[in-house]
Design a protein. Structure first.
Length: 155
């Protein structure tokens, strides 16, 4: 008796020409046109953390430098205080400041100043290596033969 009820319900829910399966949900469970999948989703106008942080760092505050008072952004004040603490000897502030500078600023470290030119002996080594690789050898004997050929010794 329960089989009869299940068969009746299945025949009502899906016509014979429609197969329910992966990527093919039953028609009665699909979203209706104009209906959202998340009706109570994120309200319009709410901001994410990045937007809040950018806005907060952009706000101006009054700082005092010696006898003068100045309006600067919170971001600028944060950088100033971090650098001042580093200058006064705070090792952690110094490390944070230096690592930030290395990440953000183009310090030029690691970049070659002039283009490297290969010397004749370096070219010979590269040519011997290329020959060895094209031969498909790569075993210890062929390496020893190539090295002795470079040194001018007979094999």
């Amino acid at each position: 008796m329960s089989d009869d009820v299940t068969e009746e319900h299945a025949s009502e829910a899906a016509p014979n020409d429609y197969e329910v399966g992966y990527g093919k949900p039953p028609k009665h469970t699909r979203f209706k046109p104009g209906q959202s999948g998340n009706p109570s989703g994120r309200p319009k106008g709410t901001k994410n953390l990045k937007t809040d942080l950018v806005e907060e760092l952009g706000e101006k505050i009054m700082i005092r430098e010696g006898e003068r008072s100045r309006n600067v952004s919170k971001q600028r004040a944060l950088v100033k205080s971090m650098l001042n603490r580093g200058i006064k000897g705070d090792a952690r502030a110094t490390a944070i400041s230096l690592s930030t500078m290395m990440r953000l600023l183009d310090t030029g470290e690691g970049a070659p100043e002039v283009e490297d030119v290969l010397l004749d002996d370096e070219l010979e080594i590269l040519e011997a290596f290329q020959k060895r690789m094209t031969r498909g050898g790569g075993d210890v004997g062929s390496v020893a033969e190539d090295e002795s050929a470079l040194e001018g010794e007979p094999t």
